[in-house]
Design a binder for this molecule. Sequence first.
Ligand SMILES: Nc1ncnc2c1ncn2[C@@H]1O[C@H](COP(=O)(O)OP(=O)(O)OP(=O)(O)O)[C@@H](O)[C@H]1O
Ligand SMILES: [Mg+2]
Length: 505
Amino acid sequence: MDKMLVSTIGDVVITNDGATIMKELDVQHPAAKMLVEVAKTQDNEVGDGTTTAVVLTGELLDKAEKLLDKDVHPTVIVEGYKKAADKAREILDGLGEKIDPSDAETLRKIAITAMGTKGVTGSKDYLAKIAVDAALQVKETRDGKVKVDVDLVKVLKKHGKSLEETELVRGIVVDKEVAHPQMPKRTENAKIALLNAKLEIEKTEFDAKININSPDQMKMFLDEEERMLKEMADDVVKSGANFVFCEKSIDDIALHFLAKKGISAVKNMSSGDMEKLAKATGAKIVASVKDLNSESLGSARVIEETKIGDDKLTYVRDAKNPMAVTVVVRGGTEHVVDEADRSLHDALCVVRDAIEDGKVVAGGGAPEAETAKQLREYAVKVGGREQLAIEAFAEAMEAVPLALAENAGLDPIDIMVDLRAKHENPENRWYGVDVFSGEVKDTRALNVLEPLRVKVQVVKSATEAASMILRIDDVVASKGTKGPPMPPGGGPGGMPGGMPGGEDY
Ligand SMILES: Nc1ncnc2c1ncn2[C@@H]1O[C@H](COP(=O)(O)OP(=O)(O)OP(=O)(O)O)[C@@H](O)[C@H]1O
Ligand SMILES: [Mg+2]
């Protein structure tokens, strides 16, 4: 189910995204703020699994409380959790299955799993295809490693029409219009100049006075200004460009000269868009019109101004081999578009994770159930009081299939019993909760796939945050308003930097 978050001034956010829910919550308790951090870290590091990470942290703390009641010392619990987390990571690594990072069909299954839990389920197949195509388009190999920078996929939200009209543009869409009415609204075979300089007469830095004594002098002054602007426009013409994107402003007279030559321009671009345009079209951003030449230009099949609703947008379509692309998200209402944007973010991130690591696990609580089983076997070998903590950790992992069962309206106890029985046989390692049939099934066969990285990060973030909270035995009000009123952690085995980060524990 989704959550409707209502702010004090009545703003409404409808979402299923753990990171967004945690970010929007009005959290007062300092320990609860740590959980918000968990969601943030998870979102920044891997982009999905935020709800799972928060659920696991909560569960680890709950189980720890029961151990504390039995007089197990917090440091023993923390040690046990650390051992369990190391082992869990090993188990998960062993479970991970290799995939071919360019296999679009598998990547699509991963994207569909990430979106299946969101409000956009109806259009998940369509949006998953867009996410996979976008991620594969911006994939590059650096130092022998495959990298996907999801920031190179620009997501532009425009409400109206429906989710199925969401479009992947192999180029960049800019939320601005062509700067002069007489400029062409459509340019085929675009030769693109990216300019980071004003096309204006520079004002002097200090006040200067010019004495003009006759109308002739006045005319000469204005003519000279016009000549300078024409010279700038001529430099653009000489370079062979037929479309200019300018990060600064452009004088009306310069616009006029450009329009006369059939050159279009968009002014006051954001630097982010300029960088993406450079990536997408192969153009170089130059700092002066004098530096423009045929080599600094980029290309695209067509640039056109299009009206969506009340807004005019400029579409740069079909650049040769665009290393940056745009997804224009459409949807019935603003809330739908917002949630689609968040789901698309999750989908892009999981596809990136899978492409970069080339390893996946099945979902539906299967890896958690299998990890729990193997952790129990490991706990016996460790023995002592730490064994209790490792067993508690294993039980906490099972909260994931339990929560899935509960959310699907199933009986958690029945499911848990069934799941444990199935996992006794190592062949059945992918048995998890099939939320649709309400049975315990092989989720790998059901194509519920998730990147290994998400599961590994869940264990990391949750253990770090839970351990940090367990190490605190007192909350003291500190003076001043700077910083959270929590001890910053540290000490042997403590949190580096005081925050649950992505580092190894
Ligand atoms: N079709 C399915 N059947 C069973 N389980 C599924 C299915 N699709 C997804 N899941 C499971 O649902 C869980 C993910 O749920 P959800 O996406 O709501 O939370 P999250 O990924 O932890 O956090 P968030 O997406 O909010 O960042 C995973 O354990 C995943 O394996
Ligand atoms: Mg998810």
